[in-house]
Design a protein around this ligand. Structure first.
Ligand SMILES: [Zn+2]
Length: 367
């Protein structure tokens, strides 16, 4: 299944000239320079914009949309930013001469409102490039280039000012193509965590092995696996130890506060700091609020995402917080659906760890 959805804009002289590509020598990374606007915002914009500009694929934190067929030209990488002493435009990638737009695919990363790349946007963009490199027989290290590399345009600006991030990105694409799992969990900080231990549980966790699975809820089942962490990688916060079946798991949080579960066996993980053991059974009842159990009206299956759908705290994908993820192909109970904001497909109201959450409509199929 493709990482991106095809939703082509109409052929028009400005944004989709309908010309055939002469080949795909490179894939070009861009950023939209347009904070807060997602992939679908750009699809709609380019469907009737009267500017000679576009790109093939737009990626945001919830989806990737291909707006121009991959055998057609998009105007994304042949602009003139600099000229040499003879008056010729700067062209830094020889393989794309004389016109990069006829020889490459353009991929745009969307920006959050604060101008940053969401980690899910970066991860999804990696998956897009994995698919493109496989499709066109390209090597991510040599054949993913920045717009900057071709014309010296400051694009994608955050990875022009910090080229190492672009190198790291290509390496992750390469690793994914070779079948290694790549963790986006943030590494733990050096463990001199202040000795002033608060009364609540505190600790951080590191995996001792590669490919250690973590789960969306207290469970050992395959269907609840969210991802894996490699040796030395882990979670900055360990909340507590809970009994799951006959063994224990740590309830952990990532740097964004999303909760997961991972084995508590010291064979596999190192924990620093103090961690309390939950006295109660591992039923995830919410701590403070009254235990209003939300009534389920059915279930959805997660579809159309590369690895997992994001669960949001409110039905607005532009301003919500992520409270967790649900893996592709797994099911989750719903209490209804709502129109919400910023998504023409609306939102499923899901029951996530006993609490209400929201998943974009296009990523759930009623079962
Ligand atoms: Zn660009």
């Amino acid at each position: 299944m493709s990482v991106f959805t095809n939703s082509y804009i109409p052929v028009n002289k400005y944004t989709r000239p309908g010309l055939k590509l002469q080949g795909v020598k490179k894939c070009v990374l861009h950023y939209t320079a347009n904070p807060g606007a997602g992939a679908d915002n750009h699809r709609r914009y380019f469907s009737n914009a009267q500017v000679y500009a576009s790109a093939h694929i737009f990626v945001d934190k919830t989806e990737a949309i291909c707006i121009i067929p991959l055998n057609e030209v998009a105007y994304h990488a042949n602009d003139i930013q600099q000229r040499d002493s003879a008056g010729n435009p700067y062209r830094g990638v020889a393989a794309l001469k004389p016109n990069a737009n006829f020889l490459s695919i353009g991929v745009e990363m969307c920006l959050e409102k604060d101008g940053s790349f969401h980690s899910d946007t970066v991860e999804r963009t990696e998956d897009v490039f994995v698919e493109l490199c496989n499709k066109f027989g390209l090597d991510p290290i040599d054949d993913i280039v920045r717009h900057y590399d071709i014309t010296h345009k400051n694009c994608p600006a955050p990875w022009v000012s910090n080229s190492q991030k672009f190198v790291d990105f290509k390496n992750r694409v390469k690793a994914k193509m070779s079948g290694k799992s790549v963790s986006k969990a943030s590494p733990t900080k050096p463990t001199t965590s202040s000795s002033s231990s608060s009364s609540t549980a505190s600790g951080s966790l590191k995996s001792k092995v590669n490919g250690l699975r973590f789960y969306s809820k207290p469970s050992w089942e395959d269907k609840d696996v969210v991802g894996t962490v490699n040796k030395g990688i882990g979670f900055p916060t360990v909340v507590e130890k809970v009994k799951v079946g006959s063994a224990y798991q740590y309830k952990v949080k990532n740097s964004k506060g999303a909760t997961y579960y991972i084995t508590a066996s010291d064979k596999y993980v190192d924990v620093t700091g103090s961690v309390k053991t939950s006295s109660s059974a591992p039923k995830t009842t919410s701590t403070s609020s009254s235990s209003s159990s939300i009534k389920s009206v059915g279930k959805i299956k997660i579809v159309g995402v590369s690895s997992a759908a994001i669960v949001m705290d409110k039905p607005d994908r532009n301003s919500s917080k992520n409270i967790g993820t649900v893996k592709l192909g797994s099911t989750i109970s719903i209490s209804g659906s709502v129109k919400g904001k910023n998504n023409s497909k609306g939102y499923w109201e899901v029951i996530y760890n006993g609490k209400r959450g929201y998943i974009s409509g296009q990523f759930g199929s009623k079962i």
